[in-house]
Design a protein around this ligand. Sequence first.
Ligand SMILES: *[C@@H]1O[C@H](CO)[C@@H](O)[C@H](O)[C@H]1NC(C)=O
Ligand SMILES: *[C@@H]1O[C@H](CO)[C@@H](O)[C@H](O)[C@H]1NC(C)=O
Length: 368
Amino acid sequence: MSLYVRGRPVDADIDAIVGQHGFAVETHTTTTEDGHILTLHRIVGVNGVRAGAPVVYCHHGLMTNSELWVLGDATERCLPFKLVAEGYDVWLGNNRGNKYSNTHARWDLEDKEYWDFSIDEFARYDIPASIGYILQLTGETVLKYVGFSQGSSQLFASLAMNRELNGKIQHFTAISPVLVPQRLTHPVVAPLMLNPHYIEYIFGPKALLPFVPTVNSWLPSGLFNKVIDVSLQVLFQWNGINIPQSQKQVGYPHLYSTSSVKSVIHWFQIIRDQQFQLFNNTQSYNTSNIDTEVLLIYGDADCLVNIEKTCESLQSCKVETVRCPSYEHMDTLWAKDVENRVFNVILDKYRDIDGGREAIKSSGSLFL
Ligand SMILES: *[C@@H]1O[C@H](CO)[C@@H](O)[C@H](O)[C@H]1NC(C)=O
Ligand SMILES: *[C@@H]1O[C@H](CO)[C@@H](O)[C@H](O)[C@H]1NC(C)=O
């Protein structure tokens, strides 16, 4: 099915986007130990959710939200819909501070305390809280995790600081995995690398670029898309040549969501020191604690992925790698041949683990 976007796509939320593909969304919330209220989206097919269906949890990247997974310009170009059709119970997470996870038990969005978080808090609180909620609700003991970009970094960090969590992850697919990105060479960005705390002088201590959605709704969509294209080209030297125009039109208006300035400073520190480390370099994430089975899917033209260094850091687990020739960072979700290069690779892996659709359907019994 090809997606026909009615009205201004920027105004649609995940219910509308998923609805256009003939699926529905269940919204759940869970509260972290430090008071952030996180939203989880469960993708529901026409037949509802089958009790006992194996769970797949997908986590988005930096400055995006759960919509990222359902922005394909056709139904078969969205991983969650393919997984639901295969019999899986599919959940999408949301980091604190994004469009869907924007409330706290104590703090308001205007409070500086609300935004006092980096990748450490995503890893220490958000990932375990989301996974714990889903396992408790479904009664499953393990799930499969798919992370895109920072969504994979977060689980690497979580597993490194929380050995018990390893036992809850049956399999981990890291798409465009980021542990230690290569140094950025852009003349505006490079000086910030030397002193990442300058970022706070420029952008303040709270949300990064909170006005983007407003600009997005003011600008004609063609112009907004052009701005995104040029920004990605200038900052990361991404050419976007593998991504169809129709895909950019559907995806770009939903690509951005707020995050803390601190989480971006954290990334700059990691890049500066070339070390997957906690905020302010207090210590390294001990990746020797990770013993989950990992599938790394990456593009060989992705300047944010250093695959040798990533594999080196994952000596203690079983690692498989799948290289996508000429792919840049976003291509692993949006390239014209992404179904064959990425999504079907994941489905094949899962068929090895679970025996495929028929086996999954005969194992569950009740519909919820
Ligand atoms: C991190 O380092 C900066 C600059 O040295 C300092 O101002 C800040 O208080 C530190 N933050 C934490 C959480 O350690
Ligand atoms: C890292 O974890 C491994 C495995 O659990 C442990 O043997 C090692 O001592 C840890 N290293 C540090 C620096 O904590």
